[in-house]
Design a protein around this ligand. Sequence first.
Ligand code: FES
Ligand code: FE2
Length: 349
Amino acid sequence: MHSIKNPSTQPVTEFPVFNNWSVVANGWYFAMPSSELKSLDVKAFQLCGQELVLFRGSDGRVSALDAYCPHMGTHLGKGKVIGNHLRCFFHHWKFDGKGDCVHIPCQKEIPERAKVPSYSVIEMYESIWIYPSANPSRELLDFQELTHESPKMITFGKSYERSCHHHVTMINGIDPQHLKTVHNLDIEMSVEINESERESCLDVTLNGKIGTGNSKEKLARFFLGDQYSYAMRYDHGNNGFLTLMRDVYFKTWKWPTLHMIFAYRPIEKGRILVQPIYITRKRSGVIGWIVSKFLLWLTKRAFYSLQGEDGEVYENMRFYPGALLAIDRPVAQYIQFVNKLKPSPWKLP
Ligand code: FES
Ligand SMILES: [Fe+2]
């Protein structure tokens, strides 16, 4: 499983956060599609090694608590949601969404220790996201081209596992060299990087010219013109917001942008789960619905073609940025960005 290979001939230095399995960094972690937690449902759920319960009250709000009752440790996933409270199966202590006990059947006074740790929850992109603290620094981000308010159409891709830290697999989107060597796209890239340390957000935009050599490039040039641009927005170190087809034209017609989120979460040391989410603006009318569906399909195709070309390289990689070049600047800056993230109290098994 997770062990350091070649320790004597190729030693590596551990980073404070980047590629470090001992740290679960703060961030919004994808839990499940919203549709999987109906009103008055409670679900036991493991997230980044933490045993949790999620429940949806009669007001529609989702709460996330640590899983074990503070009285005698019964798993609260066996409990029942009553109104906006979760009632423990065993002695019927009742907890609100902040984890405070609000009712004990056999006595009026509620002891101070009758409290379960709670976590912030947000519902966006038809999904439930959890932050490993009750006080997140901010909400989940949105794409630059879409706003929090605009209605969206969503499709979930099939989730998959990787035996590699998500900080490493997330580099794929901003590694300019491999576009030529692996994806066979001779794109001369210029890179723009904007970091907001306060917001724990890194925006990387890659702009370039599509080459004229091979048939793939010729086809790309015909449909997309000679310019190409895409953007990767990192929300903390565990969500990548990818925008494809930025400022791309077919003759004079501007292509709509394509959007997908790579939502990562570690399962245990050495294993992660990746959830792709495809997103587009919801357009009105029947034609609008067809266009939106087509763009979601196109986004999915783009994802599978890119993933098929290099996804598995990460399976047995022992990543270490030992000899980065000037062209690897986005990778170097991303590593610095991740190392500034704050560790959460959660630990992986
Ligand atoms: S163990 Fe939960 S109320 Fe007693
Ligand atoms: Fe790639």
